[in-house]
Design a protein around this ligand. Structure first.
Ligand code: P61
Length: 465
C-alpha cells in the first residue's frame, strides 16, 4: 500500500512567480523600509505572508461564479449560500459581510461598548481592535501551554476555564455580553481547540447565561485536528465534527478568506433575533442589503462551494500534513519552531533563533527580512512589532516573538516548500551575522502594516558562530 500523501488535485491554470537576484532584493527591501508588507508582491518568490484570501479556487468554484445571480435583493446565490451555512452551523440567521472584520465590527457595535468585557482563548488582532474600538475590553485566556513554544501538546489553542470563571466572577455577568473562541487559535500558532474544551466552555457559560460565539475562520482545520487527536472522534466525519463544534455556539463570525477557500468574503451567523435585527440595520448602513452584504452574488456562490470542498477529508489530510511536513523539516535541521505545527502555518521562535537580539530590537522582523534577502520568501513577524507597546515611555514586549510562515491553501507544491525550508536553514546557519532593527516611523494603530525599520550595526562582540 502507498503511504505518500499527495495533493488531491491536478493543476489546470498556473501563475508564474518571479525570480530576483540577491542584489535586487537588497534594494527592494531597503526601499520598503525593511517592512515586508511594503514590498511589491511581484518582488516576492514564495509568499507566505498569509493564508487569508490567497487560496486557489477549484474549477467547481469558478463554474459556480459564472452562475452567480447579481440581483440586488433576493439573489438566488444568497439562498444557496445561506442554506450551506445553515446546514453547517445550525444557526438561524446568516448575514454576509465583505470579510471577517466587518462581521466583527457589526457584532461588537451591537454587543460591545464601554464597561463590557469580552473573554476569548485569544482574540485575533482585528477582533481585539473591534472590541476595543467599541469601548469594551478584550481579555485573552489561553491555557498556559500555549506560551511554551517547545512543548508539545494536542490542544494548545484551548481556553483556560479556571481563568474564565474567575473573570466572570470578578467582572459580573451583566458586563460580559459574549465569550468568543477562536478556532484554530491563530495568535498562539494556529493551535486547535478540543471538543472537550468547547463543550466545557459552553457548560460554564450556561451556568451564567453568557452566549458563546466561535471565530470560525479555520473551523475545518480545527475539526480535522479533533478527528486526528481527540479520543472518540477518529471514526466521525469531519463534517459531523464541525457541526458538533457549531452546535455549542450561539453565533459565529467567519472570515471566508480562510476555510471557505475564497479570495474575499465573510459572514456573521447567530440565533438571537433581537441582535440579528440590529446587526442587519448596521449591515445596510455599512455593507449592503442583507441578501448580499458586502459581496457580489458570484462571491456567495464561491463561498457556498468552498464550504463544501473544505470538508473533504482528502483535502484536509493533505492540508494538515503538508504544513506539518514543513515544520518537521525545519525542526530536524535544528531550526527553533513552535511545536506541534499548527493548521495553517509554521511559526519560528525568534527568541530561540536569535537569542542575542532583545525584543526591542525585533528579532522576528530580523529573521523575516533575512528570509526575504536569502530567497525572496515573505513571512510575517508576530511579536513585538505587532503586539509590543510603548507605555509611559517604557517598552512592553509581546509574550512571544514569532515569525509566521502561513501556507496559502492549494497554491504551493511540495518542491516550493522544500525550497523555502532549504533557504530558512541557510539563514539559520548564518544567524550570528543577523542584525537587530529599530523603528524609524510608526503610525498610531496597527503599526506592523506600515512601520519603517532600519538595521542596527552588528557589533563584533555579539557574534557567536
Ligand atoms: C491572517 F497581519 N487573519 O491570519 P479578515 N479572525 C482570525 C483571523 O486570522 C483573521 C480575522 C479574524 C489574517 C489576515 C490578517 O493584522 C492582520 O477576513 C482568527 O481578514 O477581516 C484574519 O478576517 C479577520 C493579517 C488580518 C494581519 C490582520 O493573516
Amino acid at each position: 500500500m502507498t503511504t505518500t500523501i499527495i495533493e488531491p488535485f491536478k493543476i489546470k491554470s498556473v501563475e508564474p512567480i518571479n525570480f530576483t537576484t540577491r542584489g535586487y532584493r537588497e534594494k527592494a527591501i531597503k526601499e520598503a523600509f525593511y517592512n515586508l508588507f511594503l514590498l511589491k508582491a511581484d518582488d516576492v518568490l514564495i509568499d507566505l505572508l498569509t493564508d487569508s484570501g490567497t487560496a486557489a479556487m477549484s474549477s467547481r468554484q469558478w463554474a459556480a461564479m459564472m452562475d452567480g445571480d447579481e440581483s440586488y435583493a433576493g439573489s438566488r446565490s444568497f439562498y444557496k449560500f445561506e442554506k450551506v451555512v445553515k446546514d453547517l452551523t445550525g444557526l438561524s440567521t446568516v448575514i454576509p459581510t465583505h470579510q471577517g472584520r466587518a462581521a466583527e465590527k457589526i457584532l461588537f457595535t451591537v454587543l460591545g461598548g464601554p464597561g463590557k468585557v469580552i473573554p476569548s482563548n485569544t482574540h485575533f488582532d482585528t477582533t481585539r481592535a473591534n472590541v476595543e474600538f467599541s469601548g469594551a475590553t478584550a481579555v485573552d485566556l489561553p491555557v498556559d501551554s500555549a506560551l511554551k513554544t517547545d512543548t508539545r501538546s494536542d490542544f494548545k489553542g484551548n481556553m483556560d476555564l479556571d481563568k474564565l470563571e474567575d473573570l466572570i466572577k470578578r467582572t459580573g455577568v451583566a458586563n460580559i455580553p459574549l465569550c468568543i473562541l477562536t478556532v484554530t487559535n491563530n495568535s498562539v500558532g494556529g493551535q486547535p481547540v478540543s471538543m472537550k474544551n468547547i463543550r466545557a466552555t459552553r457548560a460554564l457559560l450556561n451556568k451564567y447565561g453568557i452566549p458563546l460565539f466561535l471565530d470560525a475562520c479555520r473551523f475545518a482545520e480545527n475539526a480535522f485536528f479533533i478527528k486526528l487527536r481527540e479520543p472518540g472522534y477518529e471514526d466521525k466525519t469531519v463534517r459531523d465534527i464541525a457541526r458538533e463544534m457549531f452546535s455549542y455556539a450561539d453565533g459565529c463570525t467567519m472570515s471566508a478568506k480562510k476555510d471557505a477557500l475564497v479570495n474575499i468574503g465573510g459572514f456573521l451567523a447567530l440565533n438571537d433575533e433581537a441582535v440579528a435585527e440590529k446587526a442587519r440595520s448596521l449591515l445596510i448602513m455599512t455593507e449592503g442589503f442583507p441578501t448580499y452584504g458586502g459581496l457580489a452574488g458570484r462571491d456567495l456562490e464561491a463561498i457556498a462551494q468552498g464550504l463544501i470542498e473544505v470538508l473533504d477529508e482528502d483535502y484536509l489530510k493533505y492540508r494538515i500534513r503538508s504544513v506539518e511536513y514543513f515544520g518537521d523539516k525545519l525542526e530536524k535541521a535544528g531550526v527553533p519552531v513552535l511545536v506541534p505545527t499548527g493548521g495553517h502555518a509554521v511559526f519560528l521562535d525568534a527568541k530561540r533563533f536569535l537569542p542575542d537580539i532583545p525584543p526591542h530590537q525585533y528579532p522576528g522582523q530580523a529573521i523575516a527580512v533575512e528570509m526575504y534577502l536569502e530567497a525572496g520568501i515573505r513571512s510575517v513577524e508576530i511579536g513585538s512589532v505587532m503586539f509590543g507597546r510603548e507605555k509611559d515611555g517604557k517598552f512592553e514586549e509581546a509574550s512571544l516573538e514569532l515569525v509566521r510562515l502561513a501556507i496559502p491553501r492549494r497554491v504551493y507544491t511540495q518542491s516550493h516548500i522544500d525550497f523555502a525550508a532549504e533557504a530558512i536553514i541557510q539563514v539559520f546557519k548564518r544567524r550570528s551575522k543577523i542584525p537587530g532593527y529599530r523603528i524609524t516611523y510608526e503610525p498610531p494603530y496597527l503599526r506592523h502594516f506600515t512601520a519603517h525599520f532600519e538595521p542596527l550595526v552588528k557589533e563584533a562582540a555579539t557574534v557567536r558562530l
